[in-house]
Design a protein around this ligand. Structure first.
Ligand SMILES: [Zn+2]
Length: 481
């Protein structure tokens, strides 16, 4: 793990766009320096696709920025391992649901690793919290917010919750009284009472729990309310997810949680926009549906994918294209090469001017990030700086000490971006390569160009790249990606 470099501790100007108020608001957590954050996790019925990862990478950026600003983050991400889709999937394959969901849970964590997404503090699984959910539902029934339908399922009565619609801004007068829905996902036009507990039916097969509220399984929405409050308490600082979760999922989470506690459930709601692929909504039938694995199989570097997902502001639609992915790859390479070049610096020094340049890039990176994670502006400032500093290396102006300071600054920015990783400060040349370089120098002195070129090729096969410069021969080790 990369050593965490000293944090920037001034968070006075930190502002986020809050979906609840549709405004940018100054962010101050309830507890000083601690942020309680809940992020809706994957439903493990399939491999997560790049649209899902856009949201997870956004949440990672949010987490890393809070850490950069000196907050300690307690993040919970649920694993939905019981819902309509996981049951359907396991039934299709005719295997136990646990076996089915474990496959995709494992894949999900591998993908997080590949995308360099920091681990949350807790990943509670829905199936391991059934008694907690039953307790929440019983409380809602006791308080008059829930009722048992004639089908044995327990429904939330949205007419009883006066704030229903405050997040998605739907108007409750438009709702049909008494209408209700048992499926987990539905649209705004169908807003109505929703299932907290689904009574068993034959479609569920052997997936059920025998509980005080009947034989069945929880609805999707109660899973999140219950687990969020269990691990983080009654009021969260931040709740986030993709925009498609605003209704009904997050609206229902508010209704459930606030009816139980009488307190505000989440103070800030942050939502990331959709991802399009080549200008279209991603769908298997359009042939533009990609998982992370699909892209890795095509040879794309996960760090370039991360960069592409992270580099568009989260509240803008992101159009994923292969040209964009290539551009992302070259942006990552530019940063990585820059960091590598910093070890070469050996000049007289740029003096005070380097402090000014570094001060500027810090200001110009931090200010837009504090302004609702405006990453495009922050990245533009970073690349301007890289261009200037590259010129100083070209002209052999930068001193070793200055290069070291710049290295630390870039790695601090990368604690947020997460695309450079552990750039090696000193690379070691294998003994064999050292010997080959020596022999090539001899051949060159003897003007035996043919032999010199042959040795260069041999070194290339070993991953050692030579460059003949006026200062002599230089080498670098090609990164295996
Ligand atoms: Zn959720």
């Amino acid at each position: 793990m990369l050593e965490r470099i000293k944090m920037e501790r001034s968070a006075e100007n930190l502002r986020f766009f809050n979906t609840l108020t549709r405004k940018k608001e100054k962010f101050v957590p309830l507890e000083k320096r601690k942020v309680k954050m809940y992020t809706c996790g994957p439903t493990v019925y399939d491999f997560a696709h790049i649209g899902n990862f856009r949201t997870f990478v956004f949440q990672d950026l949010l987490r890393r920025w809070l850490e950069y600003r000196g907050f300690k983050v307690a993040q919970v991400m649920n694993i939905t391992d019981i819902d309509d889709r996981t049951i359907e999937g396991s039934r299709k394959e005719n295997i136990p649901i646990k076996q089915y969901t474990e496959r995709y849970t494992k894949a999900f964590f591998e993908d997080l690793e590949a995308l360099n997404i920091e681990r949350a503090e807790h990943y509670p699984k829905a199936t391991e919290h059934i008694p907690d959910m039953v307790a929440s539902i019983k409380q809602l029934m006791r308080k008059g917010y829930a009722y048992k339908g004639e089908d044995g399922s327990v429904y939330y009565d949205i007419s009883k919750f006066k704030d229903y619609g405050k997040l998605s801004k739907i108007k409750i007068e438009e709702l049909k009284p008494g209408a209700r829905v048992k499926v987990d996902e539905y649209g705004k036009e169908k807003a109505c009472d929703f299932a907290l507990w689904k009574a068993w039916d034959k479609e569920d097969g052997d997936v059920f729990w025998e509980t005080e509220i009947g034989k069945g399984r929880p609805g999707w929405h109660i899973e999140c309310s219950t687990m969020a409050m269990k691990y983080l308490g009654e009021t969260l600082d931040i709740h986030s997810g993709g925009v498609d979760l605003i209704f009904p999922h997050h609206e229902n989470e508010i209704a459930q949680s606030e009816a139980v506690t009488g307190k505000e459930f989440a103070r800030f709601w942050l939502h990331s926009e959709h991802l399009l692929v080549q200008g279209k909504r991603m769908a298997k039938r359009f042939g533009n549906f990609y998982t992370l694995r699909d892209l890795a199989a095509k040879g794309y570097d996960p760090r370039a994918i991360r960069y592409l997902l992270v580099s568009t502001h989260y509240r803008q639609q992101l159009n994923f294209t292969f040209e964009g992915l290539k551009a992302a790859k070259s942006a990552v390479d530019r940063l990585t090469n820059f960091v590598e070049r910093l070890h070469e610096a050996d000049g007289e020094g740029y003096g005070e001017k380097i402090e000014v340049l570094m001060g500027d890039v810090k200001k110009n990176f931090n200010a837009p990030m504090d302004d609702d994670l405006n990453i495009s502006v922050a990245l533009a400032a970073l690349f301007d700086f890289v261009r200037e500093a590259n010129k100083l290396i070209d002209n052999n102006v930068l001193s070793k000490e200055e290069a070291e300071k710049i290295y630390n600054l870039i790695m601090k920015f990368d604690s947020v971006l997460g695309v450079i990783g552990e750039a090696k400060r000193e690379e070691k040349l294998p003994k064999e390569a050292e010997e080959l370089i020596r022999r090539r120098e001899e051949a060159r002195k003897a003007e035996n160009w043919k032999k010199a070129d042959k040795i260069r090729e041999q070194l290339k096969v070993m991953g050692v790249i030579l460059e003949d410069t006026p200062q002599g021969v230089k080498w670098k080790i090609e990164r295996k990606r």
